[in-house]
Write a protein that binds this ligand. Structure first.
Ligand code: C2E
Ligand code: CA
Ligand code: CA
Ligand code: CA
Length: 275
């Protein structure tokens, strides 16, 4: 048995099944990838509904694996979180995203996802300060997306961090709203700039009345609290029309564009539907 440094034990010599072995290989690979910075940041446009223009891009990481090609974040972020590697990885993404966004037109923002693990790291605020200073990006152009799980403890420390980030001038979005342990008290405990309606609700908009009711409730809530709402995962015109009717502030999804490399940002700005 071997300690993995987090107080738990894993058995390497005996009883290690194929899955555990695969996981261990992936972990070694991921560790090396973080050292070599084998990641690319892709960007997906976020459009303002009323003005019908791109206002920001969401930064979405991909692993450019030398043998296995492009790997989706759903296949390595969970392991990166378990191993703590997500802290270093997240810092790389933040730096790259800020540096790339600094080359875009001034009125275009960038939204970066923060893992709850990264959020708890004592370096978070300093790494945001560094990324802004290194890139020269105006803090007002940076949005940080956090999920509800960050707020689960609702501790003083969490709120302090959120307020420190806000004091830098960055905006804070509540991602995947409605999927986790959503509680309206989160919206009272911290003044979020934006609520992102999870794509599971958007995708069932025209087929499930309860999804429609939830979207209507969230956009209404946003309006009365003065918080912008972004619908993610918009794939067709029917969804867009319903969201527009409900007064959703922003939309994002394959209808407009899939996430693409930085080299395609100009094209995505010029063509409303880039598929
Ligand atoms: P998320 O933050 O909810 O990001 C939205 C995901 O939905 C992205 O998947 C995006 O490509 C996908 N998407 C966008 N529009 C559509 C659509 O119209 N239809 C469908 N079916 N999907 C759409 P992606 O890029 O695979 O990322 C998955 C998740 O991985 C993200 O979910 C986020 O939780 C995580 N992630 C991605 N990049 C980072 C990162 O840099 N740091 C951290 N901590 N997590 C990241
Ligand atoms: Ca997100
Ligand atoms: Ca999301
Ligand atoms: Ca999601």
């Amino acid at each position: 048995a071997k300690a993995d440094g987090r107080g738990t034990y894993r058995f390497f010599e005996t009883g290690m099944d194929a899955r555990a072995q695969a996981r261990r290989l992936l972990e070694m690979d991921l560790r090396a990838a973080v050292q070599r910075n084998e990641f690319a940041v892709y960007y997906q446009p976020i459009r303002d509904v009323a003005r019908d223009v791109v206002v920001a891009f969401e930064a979405l990481v991909r692993w450019k694996h030398p043998e296995r090609g492009l790997i989706s974040p759903v296949n390595f972020i969970p392991l990166a979180e378990e191993t703590g590697l997500v802290v270093a990885l997240g810092e790389q993404v933040l730096q790259v995203a800020c540096a790339e966004a600094a080359t875009w037109p001034d009125d275009i923002g960038v939204a970066v996802n923060l893992s709850p693990v990264q959020f708890k790291s004592p370096n978070l605020v300093a790494s945001v300060v560094d990324a802004l200073a290194l890139s020269g990006l105006d803090a007002r152009r940076l949005e940080l997306e956090i999920t509800e799980s960050v707020l689960l403890q609702n501790s003083e420390a969490t709120l302090t961090t959120l307020h420190e980030l806000r004091a830098l001038g960055v905006r804070i979005s509540l991602d995947d709203f409605g999927t986790g342990y959503s509680s309206l008290s989160y919206l009272r405990s911290f003044p979020f700039d934006k609520i992102k309606i999870d794509r599971s609700f958007v995708q069932e908009l025209s087929t499930r009345e309860d999804s429609m009711a939830i979207v209507r409730a969230v956009t209404g809530l946003g309006r009365s609290l003065g918080i912008a709402t972004t619908a993610e995962g918009v794939e067709n015109d029917a969804q867009l029309e319903l969201l527009r009717r409900e007064g959703c502030t922003q939309v994002q999804g394959y209808l407009f564009s899939q996430p693409r490399p930085a080299s395609e940002v100009t094209n995505m700005l010029e063509r409303p539907r880039f598929r």
